[in-house]
Design a protein around this ligand. Sequence first.
Ligand SMILES: *Cc1c(COP(=O)(O)O)cnc(C)c1O
Length: 474
Amino acid sequence: MEPEEFRRHGHAFVDWMADYLAGVEDYPVMSPVKPGEITAKLALSAPDEGQPMEQIFADFQAQVMPGITHWQHPSFFAYFPANSSPPAVLAEMLVATIAPQCMLWQTSPAATEMETRVLDWLRQMIGLPQGFDGVIQDSASSAMLCALLTARERVTGWQGNETGLMGRAPLCVYVSEQVHSAADKDVMVAGMGLKYLRKIPVDENFAMRPDALTAAIEADIAAGHTPCCVIATLGTTGVGAVDPLRPIGEICQRHVIYLHVDAAWAGSALVLPAWRWMIEGIEAVDSFAFNPHKWLFTNFDCCAHFVRSGEDLVRTLDILPAFLKTREGNEVIDYRNWSVPLGRRFRALKLWFVLRSYGVAEIRRRIAAHIDMAREAADWVAAAQDFEILAPLSLALFNFRYHPPGVDDEGELDRLNETLLLKLNDSGDLYLTQNSVRGVYAIRFAVGQTYTQPRHVAAAWRAIQDTARNLSSI
Ligand SMILES: *Cc1c(COP(=O)(O)O)cnc(C)c1O
């Protein structure tokens, strides 16, 4: 493609992008296609001869867009939003154009040095103390894996990488029952064995019980096992529970156990001083991760990973074949040593754009507004006679169900709410996810999409009530 042709299509695409964002509300939130419907439209093989961009773009609209679930739709209340923003998109356009691979300082010094700087901006913004070094990972799952590997190396006297884990006492990992499934996956990948992943019971607020953590650690020690890592969650995915860092940290220090904090979603709310209580006890934490790609207006993927000891992380992941040696050596940071993949995108640029374009004060206002909208919605649900809250508001997340008077069979209520959720999502007007709260089918409501306004939350609540009340009891 010639530069002038690129320019012409580029301008047209930016027009399309601006129109898309301006009109994203008009799309159904969840894609209505059936499995295989998109496959059936796609050519069976790549074309032999190049095709005109006009044709490719027409097919993008006809074949691809129907199969898109619109994460930037203001009525997206499912999962946790992956909230993007125009400044982040603009930065991604530049990065896509330059297309650097930022594994080493030398392979783009600006990417490395900006990553260090911008992560320190984030550190200050969320109130983490000095002494944490930052690195951008693709996801919170990867940050957690890095934590497990570092913990594994520390507890084995830096022998795990060398000799493997065979013939050693099992290494135990402790998480709450509400932990994200990433913990299971990472324990599998780290070779520690799901059998030694301890899911610690939670209290009435769904937070990890320190007494139960102590009991589990002591039982493992008595059995000849090696306690290795505790993962505390701030803002669990299901109900937004916050594990108590202070007592968990004291237990970790007493037993010399690595402590990682997974704040994938809730970490962004730490920009609000009112939520800083969540990191009381941060002194005992070895690493901390949150996803600006969830709630900080920054395109997926972007996980901010902070470690107390960059040295320990590098010692865990460092590999230096001849072709990666550089003149600068130890003078500079080579972030390839800070994550599992060698290759790295230039992810810091979108953060730099977002933080400068909005400013910290506006980011605070926007996150506070999400929390206010969620609070209002939770209040409406709590006040309705035929609905009930199953897990109370935590930040901008709550769980509820439809519970019409006279219907008290739990199986029937589960079926009723499942039907309600499917109907709501099929309507295309809003998008929610299901959950299980103490074994009961629940509907999760998470506010945090960039473009969500009070009117979208109000419309969602109207749709929920109307749809529920029109369901004939099953
Ligand atoms: C979303 C989430 C994760 C997983 O995040 P990825 O970045 O997709 O790996 C982990 N933990 C919690 C608490 C989450 O909410």
